[in-house]
Design a protein around this ligand. Structure first.
Ligand code: APR
Length: 236
């Protein structure tokens, strides 16, 4: 059985990373327009660097993968078939839990990109408007390697192929408000896959899934993984 799992902010919530669409409509106290658009970066690059520096430091110093991330890593290891995790999250919690096949469609907090030479590099330190690109030597050209509103997500071709080959599509912890990710469930259904949603609350796309389960990912995901592995006998 081939499985594609789409994850959103909800899977990292129990690790302590706040979801995007909190009750106040802000992302960590900021308007999306200010910290998650190319226009926001152009208007105030220092603020945007500071914002992602804070998120990066918090991720590295204070956050650990939770039971849901670990269960997906175990599923990948033991599944008789292929599991691809497509994540909208910019954290590295899937990898830290042991997942190998992870596609970060909205980029990664631990990478930055040079707007002059296009090079993408690992980034574990703070960046700022005075940072220098180690590859081309230009100063002031680095930006977070994350996908902002109005920009094209990464890996769409590969994601399309994985969904086409999937027997089961599972969305975990995502509000279904942001496209193209919100449209993957429809692609999966059209390709003949069964579709399952594991989410705390009803999401915009909930009605499209064959089945929806409500609760925290830390409880629902390990239970679902046990079901799949229980019914999928394999020598491991
Ligand atoms: N377990 C499961 N689901 C949860 C949990 C939890 N512990 N906590 C919250 N949720 C659910 C919420 O009910 C909500 O439906 O996770 C969802 C999170 O929704 P969003 O905050 O909108 O996050 P996401 O869907 O990942 O956002 C998509 O929007 O801002 C952009 O690029 C950003 O990747 C992000 C994209």
């Amino acid at each position: 059985m081939n499985i594609v799992v789409l994850t959103g902010a909800g899977i990292s919530a129990e690790s302590g990373i706040p979801v995007f669409r909190g009750a106040d409509g802000l992302w960590e106290g900021h308007r999306f327009e200010d910290v998650a658009t190319p226009e926001g970066f152009e208007a105030n690059p220092a603020l945007v660097h500071r914002f992602y520096n804070e998120r990066r430091r918090f991720l590295l110093d204070d956050v650990e993968p939770n039971a849901a991330h670990r269960a997906l890593a175990k599923l990948e290891e033991r599944l008789n078939g292929k599991l691809v995790v497509v994540t909208q999250n910019i954290d590295n919690l899937h990898e830290r839990a042991g997942s190998k096949s992870v596609l970060h469609m909205h980029g990664e907090l631990l990478k930055s990109r040079c707007t002059s030479c296009g090079d993408v590099v690992r980034c574990w330190e703070d960046t700022g408007t005075g940072s220098r690109c180690d590859v081309c030597g230009e100063t002031g050209t680095l930006r977070p390697h994350v996908v902002w509103f109005g920009e094209m997500p990464f890996h769409l071709h590969e994601i399309g192929l994985a969904i086409r080959d999937a027997d089961l599509f599972v969305a975990i912890g995502t509000s279904g408000r942001v496209y193209p990710a919100a449209g993957f469930v429809t692609m999966a259904r059209e390709g003949g896959a069964r579709t399952l949603e594991l989410n705390l609350e009803t999401a915009d796309t909930s009605g499209v899934f064959d089945e929806s389960r409500r609760g925290p990912a830390g409880r629902l995901v390990p239970a679902w993984v046990s079901e799949v592995l229980g019914g999928d006998r394999n020598p491991h």
